[in-house]
Design a protein around this ligand. Structure first.
Ligand SMILES: Cc1ncc(COP(=O)(O)OP(=O)(O)O)c(N)n1
Ligand SMILES: Cc1nc(C(=O)O)sc1CCOP(=O)(O)O
Ligand SMILES: [Mg+2]
Length: 208
């Protein structure tokens, strides 16, 4: 079943002084229609309450909510889907757990991983990157793929939406779209600036 996948994925981040709930309120009120809750610090019981609070905000604004990694929580939260950052995860099992109606996104760092994911037949979109270096992470040896990395995709016969991710700045958007990617995912370029809501609006103006 083909599912709608937005051209713009806003990702929350664990930040002092700017909670996930505040981030989602900011993004939705600035017009974001696709929110990924990406919390790497809280225990599961706290996650459920926070996700459901965030789900209410998303409902109010008509935004889609995706949760990062915690697919086992899908029956306890009001979210449209999950994003899995481990390419080696057992994706057919995850699909069985979440069901056919939920959206399943997965991260990939090279073309072999993209093709491997495609062969599973259970993924709705790929997040492919990093496009550039990710300022919020320790270097993990992954090589930024740059514009050329996305241009190679046409030859591969990838049929599922590809979302560019990792180190994307506003000024990269036009050139990224020209490579043929279906959308972009952004966290730091919004969450770490003085006026994140204005930045969300600027990303939307570039994308639509
Ligand atoms: C849309 C989207 N893209 C990427 C990620 C997470 O990034 P990744 O590098 O795959 O995972 P970490 O190891 O950094 O957690 C995401 N959550 N969503
Ligand atoms: C957390 C994360 N890691 C990525 C990787 O490719 O390793 S992409 C990503 C999502 C956010 O990226 P940004 O903050 O640069 O927008
Ligand atoms: Mg990463």
């Amino acid at each position: 079943m083909k599912k709608y996948v937005s051209k713009f994925h806003y990702l929350t981040h664990d930040l002092p002084g700017f909670s996930h709930i505040q981030q989602v309120q900011m993004a939705c009120s600035a017009g974001a229609n696709w929110i990924q809750y990406r919390c790497l610090t809280k225990p599961e019981d706290e996650l459920v309450d926070e996700i459901n609070e965030i789900a209410e905000i998303c409902d109010e604004w008509g935004a889609t909510l995706i949760i990062a990694n915690h697919y086992d929580l899908i029956d306890r939260v009001d979210a449209q889907g999950v994003h899995i950052d481990d390419t080696d995860a057992d994706l057919p099992t995850i699909r069985k757990v979440i069901g056919q109606d939920k959206t399943l996104g997965v991260s990939a760092a090279d073309t072999d991983e993209l093709l491997k994911l495609q062969s599973t037949g259970v993924v709705d979109y790929y997040a492919y990157g990093p496009f550039a270096s990710v300022v919020t992470e320790e270097p993990d040896g992954s090589i930024p793929i740059g514009f050329n990395g996305y241009r190679q995709l046409e030859k591969l016969g990838i049929e599922i939406p590809v979302i560019a991710v990792g180190g994307i700045q506003l000024g990269d958007v036009e050139n990224l779209l020209q490579t043929g990617v279906d959308g972009i995912a952004v966290s730091s370029a919004i969450n770490l600036v003085a006026d994140p809501a204005t930045k969300v609006k600027e990303f939307y103006r570039k994308l639509y």
